[in-house]
Design a protein around this ligand. Structure first.
Ligand code: FAD
Length: 491
């Protein structure tokens, strides 16, 4: 039986996960073949880590959300169980920069929604006016319109502009690199949008949902045995050797003869029912394609095949970011505040968006006596920073960290022992207002090309677990279609 040949374009985590699934099917005797194209000389896309003097430095993402199972499942399947490292949640505390001060996020915040009266009343994060507004929010009526809106519009309507500036914006720019004013509420905070429809007040909706969940857990016959485990689940999971371990484990499972590294796809075209893939001077035909490159790259490749699809994909905005890892001799710095690090609201007018105290967030990845900081810069409003030299960026980070943490804690005069600056150009898709509608239009165009699948962070989740889920799902669907085709069942 002749195999169905599937081309995978893009070797980030989405494309690698797709290729892994295809390799498993091929090895199991299913009628599929695959070829993976990655433009850069290395696999992994945004996932990259380096071990320097015994310290694991994450140049891109440092972990994934434990709550979304696809990433840990894949790690276990790859034999990386023992490498999974929980975040040190006992020390979890997040600070927000206000002026040159660090203010702790108040207790009881759930998805940006304040649910505890006393911590909200006592926090220095909000003015009295905002606190009163937060209390009054319990009387908020449901919204009349069901049209999508920005996260900023949703949060401001309920809690006021200060909640946008000091809460929504910093929390979201740490995840999406974009601001609350641009991001789609329906895509980024679907739970809150549903709660508003049902309850009007988000606080009331969140408290009700929480109460129901607690009651369900209490009444569940298995709750007694399950609760301790559930309580122990860490918020984030990392890999002991860094995210690169996942990339390496996936790459090792692929057949090197089926992987083209450093080979950008320059064009794709339809040839009857087949896909023709151009790479430099070479052309190859495939029965199906998985586009796992960023949407802007997929858009320009697919434009000649379907101009409308190309346009929709190219219109998905992306932001760029920079990480700066700094390793210090712990004896040379003062006492850091508790917790994992701090977030910097855009309204503070700084270059820094966030800084993680890496040696606190994940234990055992930094040698004793060292402190590792991972600063995050850029985002949709600070693209110009990408053009600055490494030296200038490091100087900015050191100056701003000294201003925020205090010179007695981390003076800009103290030399870091190691520094790594990494630029991520157009790496983070932005789920802009209207994203769901755009996705529906894209899905309709893709459905008209049944041997095409899209995977990656532009569509249905920005994080690593979602990219893995979409990559594997795309591959599985095409394997099923291949099996049906070869056994004469029409898909
Ligand atoms: C700095 C940073 C921090 C992050 N932190 C976290 C975090 O802590 N937790 C989390 O879950 N997520 C995090 N993310 C998000 C997450 O890492 C990404 O969303 C995810 O890795 C994207 O994977 P992807 O495969 O969709 O795309 P990418 O990683 O962008 O991979 C796409 C690949 O396609 C290739 N390509 C492009 N064009 C072509 C072409 N024409 N031919 C062949 N190949 C092509 C590119 O070279 C690239 O390797 C972070 C992202 C960044 C940038």
């Amino acid at each position: 039986m002749e195999a169905v040949h599937i081309g995978v374009i893009g070797g980030g985590i989405a494309g690698l996960s797709a290729a892994f699934e295809l390799e498993k099917a091929r090895a199991a005797g299913q009628p599929v073949e695959y070829t993976l194209y990655e433009a850069r000389p290395r696999m992994g896309g945004s996932l990259a880590s380096e071990t320097v003097d015994g310290a694991v430095l994450e140049l891109g993402p440092d972990s994934f959300l434990t709550e979304k199972p696809a990433a840990a499942e894949l790690c276990r399947e790859l034999g990386l169980d023992a490498e999974l490292l929980p975040s040190n949640d006992a020390a979890r505390r997040t600070w927000i920069v206000v002026g040159n001060r660090l203010v702790a996020l108040p207790d009881g915040l759930m998805f940006l929604v304040p649910t505890k009266l006393v911590p909200t009343a006592l926090t220095r994060l909000f003015s009295l006016r905002t606190k009163i507004r937060m209390g009054m929010e319990l009387l908020h009526p449901p919204r009349a319109s069901h049209a999508d809106e920005s996260v900023a519009a949703l949060v401001e309507r309920h809690y006021g502009v200060e909640a946008v500036d000091r809460l929504a914006d910093p929390l979201l720019s740490g995840i999406y690199g974009g601001g609350a004013a641009e991001l789609s509420a329906r895509t980024v905070l679907p739970r809150l949008v549903e709660m508003e429809k049902k309850y009007g007040s988000l606080t009331r909706g969140m408290l009700t949902a929480h109460r129901k969940m607690r009651a369900a857990m209490k009444n569940s016959p298995k709750s007694a045995s399950k609760t301790p485990n559930r309580g122990a689940a860490p918020i984030f999971t990392a890999l002991r050797g860094g995210m690169q371990q996942l990339v390496d484990a996936l790459a090792a499972r692929l057949d090197p003869a089926r992987v083209c590294l450093g080979v950008p796809v320059s064009a794709v075209e339809r040839a009857g029912r087949a896909w023709r893939v151009h790479t430099g001077g070479a052309v190859r035909e495939f029965d199906a394609l998985i586009m796992a490159s960023p949407a802007w790259a997929a858009g320009s490749l697919l434009s000649p095949v379907d101009a409308q699809l190309g346009e929709e994909l190219s219109a998905i905005p992306y932001s760029s970011s920079i990480t700066v890892n700094l390793v210090y001799d712990e004896r040379k710095i003062g006492r850091l505040p508790d917790g994992f690090g701090f977030l910097v609201p855009v309204v503070e007018g700084r270059s820094l968006l966030a800084c993680t105290f890496v040696h606190r967030k994940f234990l055992g990845r930094t040698p004793p006596g060292k402190a590792v900081f991972r600063a995050f810069l850029g985002g949709a409003k600070r693209e110009s920073l990408l053009a600055e030299s490494d030296q200038a960026l490091v100087a900015t980070v050191r100056r701003e960290m000294a201003e925020i943490l205090g010179a007695q804690t981390l003076s800009a005069e103290i030399e870091p022992e190691q520094v790594r600056v990494t630029r991520w150009r157009r790496a983070m898709a932005q789920y802009a207002v209207g994203h769901q509608e755009r996705m529906e239009r894209i899905a309709a165009r893709v459905a008209a090309l049944p041997d095409l699948r899209l995977a990656g962070n532009a569509y249905d989740g920005i994080g690593i677990p979602d990219c893995i889920r979409l990559g594997r799902q795309a591959a599985r669907e095409l394997v099923t279609a291949a099996v049906n085709l070869r056994s004469g069942i029409s898909a």
